[in-house]
Design a protein around this ligand. Structure first.
Ligand SMILES: Nc1nc2c(ncn2[C@@H]2O[C@H](COP(=O)(O)OP(=O)(O)O)[C@@H](O)[C@H]2O)c(=O)[nH]1
Ligand SMILES: [Mg+2]
Length: 444
C-alpha cells in the first residue's frame, strides 16, 4: 500500500535534487507534481488543494529557498505537511483504570468491525486490561458465531444473546461486565452495505445507553472515495472519536481513507494490516509519511543539521572552496561540525538506503578523532600551507598526536586529493553554477 505514491515522490525529489538550485518555477513544478501524485493516490481533492497551497506558500517563503540545502528543506516541508494531513502526531488512547471503559465499533458491513474488535481486545489486554466483547450484530447468526469463535481463540469472553435486541444486549452486557471485573467492553455492531436510517437509529441508541469512551469508525482502505462519503454520514450521526483503517496490507491506493480526517477532523487511530488478530498497529502519521516518502530518517537528519550547521560558516567555506583556498584548518572546522551532529554511524544510518548496509559494517568514529588529533598537532602555518610539512615535521606531528608518520601521510594525501577534487568541481561549476557543485560535495 502507498507503494505507487512512494515511487512518485521518489521521482519528484530526484528531479528536484538534479536541479541544484531551486527557483520559484521549479518549486511550483514540484508542488504540481506532488499534487498530481496525491490525487492519483485517491486523496480527496479538497484535502490536496489545501495541502499544495500550504506547501507552495511555505516553499516560496524564505526558509526554504534561501537555506543552504533547499532540496532537502523542500522534502522536509512536504513531509511535515503530509504528516499534518494524516493527523499530526498520534493521540494515544487513554483508558480509565478505575472504572469500566466502553468502546463502540461501527462501520459498513465487511469493513472489518468484528475483526477490529478482536484486535483491540488483544491490544488492550496486552496493556493490562480485562476486555469483554459484545455481539450486537444480531441480524446474522454467523456474525455472532464469528465473534464467539474469535473470543474463544483469544481467551476473551464474549457476551451474546441470539434472541435479544442489540439495545437490551448492551444493557445486559454492561451489567455483567460490572459484575465480572471486566475493565473494557468492546461492542461490535451491525453494519449494512449502505448507510440506512434504521441502522443509524440503533447505533445511536447503543451509544446512548453505553456512553462509550470512544466510538471507532471502521473504514476499509480498499473502498476509495466512497469511504470518505460514508465516514461523513456516520460522523453526522454518531460523532465518532477515532478511525480504524483496515486492510492496509492490500494494494489499495488508500489515499481516500486518509481524507477522512479532512472531512471529519477525526484522525486514524489504528490500522489493520492483516486478517489475524495481531495484525494491528497504532497509526503514527509521521512514520507512515516517512515510509511513503522513502526517506529513512532524513527529516531528523535535516533537523539535526539545522541545529548544528552554522549557515554563515558554510557560506564562508563555500567561498574558500571556490577560491581554492581551503586549508587544513577549514578541514578541521568542518570535521568538528560533523562531529557535533553525533556519532558518524548514527548519521549514516539515517540516510535512506544506507541503514540496512550498516548493520554489519563498522563505522570507525575513531578515524575522525585521529584526524582531529593530527591537525591539532600542526602549527597554524602548517595548517595553512601543508606543503611545508617535511619529514621532521611529520615525525613531530605524529608524536604530538599519538599517531604514526604513516597516519600523517595518509591524511595529507587525502587532503590533497580532496583539494584536487574541489578544483575540478570549480571548473565544472563555472559552467553550471558553483552553488550546485558545492552542494554535491557537502554531505547534505
Ligand atoms: N487483509 C485484511 N483483511 C481484513 C482486515 N480486517 C478485516 N479483514 C477481513 O475482512 C473481512 C470482513 O471482516 P469483518 O471483521 O467480518 O467485517 P465486519 O462485517 O465489518 O464485521 C474478513 O474476511 C476479515 O478477515 C485487514 O486488516 N486486512
Ligand atoms: Mg461483523
Amino acid at each position: 500500500m502507498f507503494e505507487e505514491l512512494s515511487n512518485r515522490f521518489d521521482a519528484i525529489f530526484k528531479k528536484l535534487r538534479g536541479r541544484g538550485k531551486l527557483t520559484e518555477e521549479n518549486v511550483s513544478e514540484a508542488v504540481r507534481d506532488v499534487k498530481r501524485a496525491l490525487l492519483e493516490a485517491d486523496v480527496n481533492y479538497r484535502a490536496v488543494k489545501k495541502f499544495s497551497a500550504t506547501v507552495q506558500e511555505k516553499a516560496l517563503g524564505s526558509q526554504v529557498l534561501q537555506s543552504i540545502t533547499p532540496g532537502q528543506q523542500f522534502v522536509k516541508l512536504v513531509h511535515d505537511e503530509l504528516t499534518a494531513l494524516m493527523g499530526g502526531s498520534a493521540r494515544p488512547i487513554k483508558l480509565h483504570t478505575n472504572r469500566l471503559n466502553v468502546l463502540v465499533v461501527a462501520g459498513l458491513q465487511g469493513s472489518g468491525k468484528t475483526t477490529a474488535c478482536a484486535k483491540m481486545a488483544l491490544y488492550f489486554r496486552k496493556q493490562g486490561h480485562r476486555p469483554m466483547m459484545v455481539a450486537c450484530d444480531t441480524y446474522r447468526a454467523a456474525a455472532i458465531d464469528q465473534l464467539q469463535t474469535l473470543g474463544k481463540s483469544l481467551g476473551v469472553p464474549v457476551y451474546a444473546d441470539k434472541s435479544a435486541k442489540p439495545v437490551d444486549i448492551t444493557r445486559a452486557a454492561i451489567k455483567q461486565a460490572q459484575a465480572e471485573d471486566v475493565s473494557l467492553l468492546i461492542i461490535d455492531t451491525a453494519g449494512r452495505l449502505h448507510v440506512d436510517e434504521e441502522m443509524m437509529a440503533e447505533l445511536k441508541e447503543i451509544c446512548l445507553i453505553s456512553k462509550p469512551d470512544e466510538i471507532f469508525f471502521v473504514a476499509d482502505a480498499m473502498t476509495g472515495q466512497d469511504a470518505v462519503n460514508v465516514a461523513e454520514q456516520f460522523y453526522k450521526e454518531i460523532s465518532f472519536t477515532g478511525v480504524i483503517l483496515t486492510k492496509l496490507d492490500g494494494d489499495a491506493r488508500g489515499g481516500a481513507a486518509l481524507s477522512i480526517l479532512d472531512v471529519t477532523g477525526v484522525p486514524v487511530q489504528f490500522v489493520g494490516v492483516g486478517e489475524k488478530p495481531d495484525a494491528f498497529e497504532v497509526f503514527h502519521p509521521e512514520r507512515m509519511v516517512s515510509r511513503i516518502l522513502g526517506m529513512g530518517d532524513i527529516v531528523s537528519l535535516v533537523e539535526r543539521a539545522q541545529e548544528t550547521v552554522d549557515v554563515e560558516n558554510s557560506r564562508k567555506l563555500e567561498k574558500k572552496i571556490r577560491k581554492n583556498s581551503f586549508t587544513l584548518q577549514d578541514f578541521l572546522d568542518q570535521l568538528r561540525q560533523i562531529k557535533k551532529m553525533g556519532p558518524l554511524s548514527d548519521l549514516l544510518a539515517m540516510i535512506p538506503g544506507v541503514g540496512g548496509y550498516l548493520k554489519d559494517a563498522e563505522v570507525d568514529n575513531g578515524a575522525l578523532n585521529k584526524i582531529e588529533a593530527i591537525i591539532c598537532s600542526m602549527s597554524f602555518l602548517e595548517r595553512e600551507k601543508p606543503q611545508l610539512i617535511d619529514g621532521s615535521r611529520k615525525r613531530r606531528i605524529a608524536t604530538g598526536s599519538g599517531t604514526t608518520v604513516q597516519d600523517v601521510n595518509r591524511l595529507l594525501k587525502q587532503f590533497d586529493s580532496m583539494k584536487m577534487m574541489m578544483k575540478r568541481m570549480n571548473k565544472i561549476a563555472g559552467k553550471r553554477g558553483q552553488a550546485a557543485a558545492f552542494r554535491s560535495l557537502s554531505p547534505f
